[in-house]
Design a protein around this ligand. Structure first.
Ligand SMILES: [Zn+2]
Length: 331
């Protein structure tokens, strides 16, 4: 195992990925080790089979219906950008922030950094997105999990793609140093169970990274009626609405300490107004306005942005049912 860990230090590789899978893939139901065969993986204990389908291994079809009821498996609409002019500057500013995250992670966790990404946030067209290429050097192993078979195209043999859900992870305890849930927690059928699963597969000292929509943004607090209307509209796809404060509490109760917190997307104006500003001053100037409002917002009111990003460190073992005691961790 030590040899494998040393081999994983220098960026993503096929060898490290293969050794990791042999070691760490486990049955999402009985948690026993999986064995590979020509057509996929099989559980040594319950004999469930997890077949290879094209670029990915399928861990969803073998789950009992209790896991699959209400599960969304087509997210194609979510990857289509709205036809709104103000989106271009918004994407630019969002990408600038995302590109900084691998450096932050590298400072918090020493290598090897084995990473699970629930919702394929780093990948597009089967490759790590160009503005996130720093992850290729930062990470030692990179596993993608998504319930939508349409999102699991893989063109990079160093990446492991699995069709699966956060509520039943096909990995052994303490398999990862980093787990990413970027813009996907709102879609989980049972986010509480998924957070427990994330804690299980993280090593002690490992980092959980969450990016999500903030149900307690300044705009939602001011315009409560409009917020209610949007929540009803979003609930076609979103199962979970959490404020930044609530999320922090949820994680502290689970034995995490918050080591990084950043409010994002502060220029929360109606689309028609953002488009009008975009037309008047151009998208480069609008991007500057967004950048400035994010800087000021994050400094003055970190928990009131439209979205938030937090990094939480798992701080050691905690009895499962010992939840009530909130931890007093400094932000
Ligand atoms: Zn099994």
């Amino acid at each position: 195992m030590d040899g494998i860990m040393r081999a994983m230090v220098a960026g993503l590789s096929e060898e490290a990925s293969a050794a990791f899978l042999e070691d760490c893939l486990s049955c999402p139901l009985c948690r026993k080790r999986l064995h590979s065969h020509a057509a996929g993986w099989r559980c040594g204990a319950c004999a469930r089979s997890f077949p290879r389908r094209g670029d990915y291994i399928d861990f969803v079809d073998a789950l009992p219906s209790s896991f699959r009821d209400g599960l969304e498996t087509d997210f194609s609409e979510h990857y289509v950008l709205p036809d709104e002019p103000y989106w271009a500057p918004l994407v630019t500013v969002t990408q600038e922030y995302s590109a900084l995250v691998p450096d932050v992670l590298a400072r918090l966790v020493p290598p090897p950094r084995r990473c699970l990404d629930i919702g394929r946030s780093l990948v597009e067209h089967g490759h790590i997105k160009p503005h996130l290429s720093a992850y290729e050097r930062c990470l030692s192993v990179y596993c993608v999990l998504d319930p939508d078979p349409g999102q699991l195209e893989c063109r990079d043999p160093r990446i492991f793609m699995a069709r699966g859900i956060g509520e039943a992870l096909p990995f052994a305890d303490a398999s990862f140093e980093i787990v990413l849930i970027h813009a996907t927690l709102d879609h989980f059928v049972d986010y509480s169970r998924a957070l427990d699963e994330c804690r299980r597969v993280l090593v002690a000292g490992g980092i959980l990274s969450i990016v999500m929509n903030n149900d307690g943004s300044w705009a939602k607090r001011l315009a409560r009626k409009e917020a209610r209307r949007r929540r009803i509209e979003a609930s076609k796809h979103h199962n979970v609405f959490l404020t930044a404060t609530r999320m922090v509490e949820e994680l502290r109760e689970r034995g995490y300490s918050i080591v990084h917190f950043r409010g994002l997307r502060y220029l929360l104006l109606p689309a028609s107004i953002l488009n009008r500003i975009n037309r008047a001053i151009g998208s480069r100037a609008l991007a500057s306005v967004m950048r400035l409002s994010n800087r000021v917002g994050a400094a003055l009111a970190p928990r009131l942005g439209g979205d938030f990003h937090l990094l939480a460190r798992k701080i050691g073992e905690m009895p499962d049912r010992d939840r009530g005691r909130a931890r007093r961790d400094a932000l």
